[in-house]
Design a protein around this ligand. Structure first.
Ligand SMILES: [Zn+2]
Length: 286
């Protein structure tokens, strides 16, 4: 359904509800309840480059930017490559390079597009190829199929939980009837929505099967990628943030006494931060 603007299209929320059901099977009844209360619809923005995940009331509409979702996918699959091959530390440099090569492609593609936004923000309209020949090239269509099975599985799981976290965060804004505000209260609203989404995913991963147990490892990392990607862009834009990624992730995935259940957030943040910010972008972007 068109929205009067050809770049915006309305869609049923059903495919996203299915994703949420798969991500948190033990929360199926809660999901049905929240969906029946909010009756959300999905609005896709095919044009905007900025980070675009928003919720609006009346009717409850979750707007999702396709371009930022593609970048999130690139970041999560790159993180999946790093996390799936910890033994790389013991390998030779050439073997290691070969294993990490797809992560190079993915991160260079995603980070260069984030860099382009920061340049636009500063009034520079250079194309990516003006910055460096070849940078404007799209990712190879077979980039994901070129990954080995373990890399692809890690990437897929991280991407699925990252998207689920974002959707639940947006639904939480509506469930809590948050309204626009700034400063301290805005940060509180974001923290509350992060906490809602993180708790939902962590409670929803059943301990009843091995496969679902392993989700408990993917979930904190998938969650952690989201604010890190946003933080990366803020960093490139030169904006100071009241709420950098580590500050935002900590309350969402940790609380006293639950570290062993939820993993070690500081290490997750450090590891992922390094993987995002030390991307092998030519000549460095910092
Ligand atoms: Zn929010």
């Amino acid at each position: 359904m068109e929205d009067g603007n050809s770049t915006l299209q309305l869609f049923s929320f059903d495919p996203l509800a299915k994703l949420l059901r798969q991500a948190a099977p033990r929360k199926a009844a809660d999901l049905d309840a929240i969906l029946s209360r909010l009756q959300p619809i999905c609005e896709l923005d095919r044009q905007s480059d900025r980070i675009l995940f928003q919720a609006r009331p009346s009717p409850c509409t979750i707007r999702i930017g396709i371009e930022c979702t593609r970048r999130l996918q690139a970041h999560t699959y790159a993180a999946g490559i790093f996390f799936s091959t910890p033994e790389c530390l013991e390998m030779g440099i050439e073997e290691c390079r070969k294993l990490y090569a797809p992560a190079d492609h993915l991160l260079n593609w995603a980070v260069s597009r984030e860099l382009q936004q920061s340049l636009k923000h500063g009034g520079m309209d250079d194309s990516l190829d003006d910055l460096l020949a070849g940078l404007g090239k799209e990712l190879p269509v077979d980039i994901l199929s070129s990954l080995n099975d373990t890399q692809r599985l890690f990437g897929y799981c991280l991407f699925r939980f990252a998207i689920a976290f974002i959707l639940l965060h947006e639904l939480a804004h509506q469930e809590y009837r948050h309204t626009f505000c700034e400063g301290y209260w805005s940060i509180q609203q974001e923290n509350d929505s992060d906490r809602f989404a993180a708790d939902w995913l962590l409670e929803g991963a059943s301990r009843s099967t091995k496969a679902l147990q392993s989700n408990r490892c993917y979930i904190p990392v998938g969650i952690a990628v989201c604010p890190l990607v946003a933080d990366n862009l803020q960093y490139l834009l030169g904006a100071s943030s009241d709420q950098d990624a580590s500050r935002r992730i900590q309350p969402a995935i940790s609380d006293p006494g639950t570290h062993s259940r939820r993993g070690r957030p500081a290490e997750i943040v450090d590891g992922l931060g390094n993987s995002c910010k030390a991307a092998t972008f030519p000549h460095g972007y910092r």
